[in-house]
Design a protein around this ligand. Structure first.
Ligand SMILES: Cc1cc2nc3c(=O)[nH]c(=O)nc-3n(C[C@H](O)[C@H](O)[C@H](O)COP(=O)(O)OP(=O)(O)OC[C@H]3O[C@@H](n4cnc5c(N)ncnc54)[C@H](O)[C@@H]3O)c2cc1C
Length: 287
């Protein structure tokens, strides 16, 4: 059964500045974008009563996707479908397209936003690993301040993040990779479509002529309590020649670096093993 709807109030603002001022209220209203996470909480009687701030009609947050010289900028209300429909992602930064395709189904992809995926902070978020693997930064604005945070520095525990209730994400900035990278994205779930992830790996690496790893990103979803960039295993690999021996060392290290969660969808034991298998698949596919 749903919560009692009269316990809720939705505030709409015609401009970003007015929305940011509304967030100065006590308590601050909770931002709502596509509502595809929040409405699920409502259905399960887990949505806190109180005020919500509707972002969906704020023009400054609806600027779409801008492809600039060295970066791609998503405005806050950019949806998965916006990425699916944009010609740029057919041949560039394809992990974003891949992630967009595996989120829910068409309805969710059309309404759900990348920013909502970030702030909902589910360990199983499918969009966040694809953004993190490209070194995305988020811009957080409040009535009196604006700052940028690297997405891989944003989380520090289960649903714990570097955001105050007065701030909203206004945009996501993703640097365009300057190297021709080998890329990998795999979502492991109960079935091929409409599944909540058990393990996700997004990876990106570039090799020099001697097969030495020049740059590497390894990001796991649904394994740790939050989307996790595996710095230790990246460190082991960086600068070394990619070969079967190094891959086995990396697979062994990732097994120790990860402290997987146990939950309704899967066990820690399964997650660790699959996380290792996916890393092996990613690295072997670059040989
Ligand atoms: C049937 C179904 C299937 C789904 N399948 C998947 C899936 O396969 N993979 C997946 O990753 N997710 C899935 N989801 C979850 C959801 O669709 C995504 O997380 C989506 O990206 C949320 O975006 P939203 O705009 O709807 O967020 P909302 O529900 O509007 O908000 C989510 C959270 O983000 C906050 N928020 C939103 N925008 C901002 C902003 N600009 N600044 C600050 N805070 C903000 C809200 O306060 C709230 O805490 C599914 C949901 C449903 C209902």
């Amino acid at each position: 059964m749903r919560n009692y709807l009269q316990d809720y109030c939705v505030v709409s603002c015609p401009s970003l500045q007015e929305a940011l001022m509304a967030l100065q209220g006590t308590p601050a209203p909770i931002p709502m974008a596509g509502g595809t996470d929040l409405m699920v909480y409502l259905n399960y009687r887990r949505l806190p009563a109180g005020s919500y701030l509707d972002l969906f009609n704020i023009p400054e947050l609806k600027q779409g996707i801008q492809i600039q010289d060295n970066k791609v900028v998503f405005s806050a209300l950019t949806t998965y479908m916006d990425v699916r429909m944009h010609p740029y992602f057919q041949n560039n930064m394809k992990l974003l397209l891949h992630a967009a395709k595996v989120v829910g189904a068409i309805g969710i992809q059309t309404r759900g936003t990348w920013a909502g995926n970030i702030i909902n902070a589910s360990p199983a978020a499918d969009g966040v690993p694809a953004l993190m693997v490209y070194d995305a930064k988020i811009t957080l604005a409040s009535a009196y301040n604006e700052r940028q945070v690297l997405l891989s520095d944003f989380y520090h525990g289960y649903k714990k993040m570097d955001r105050s209730p007065q701030e909203i994400i206004t945009k996501i900035t993703i640097p365009i990779p300057q190297t021709k990278d080998h890329e990998y994205y795999r979502k492991v779930g109960e079935r091929k479509a409409q599944a909540i992830s058990k393990v996700i790996l997004a990876g990106r690496l570039s090799l020099d002529g001697q097969k030495k790893i020049q740059s590497i990103r390894i990001v796991y979803g649904s394994v740790m309590p939050y989307t996790y960039r595996s710095n230790k295993t990246e460190e082991l690999l960086l600068g070394n020649e990619l070969n079967h021996k190094l891959i086995q060392e990396a697979v062994s290290l990732i097994g120790k670096e990860l402290q997987p969660i146990d939950d309704i969808r899967s066990t820690a034991l399964y997650r660790r093993k699959v996380a290792q298998n996916l890393l092996e698949e990613f690295l072997c596919s670059a040989l």
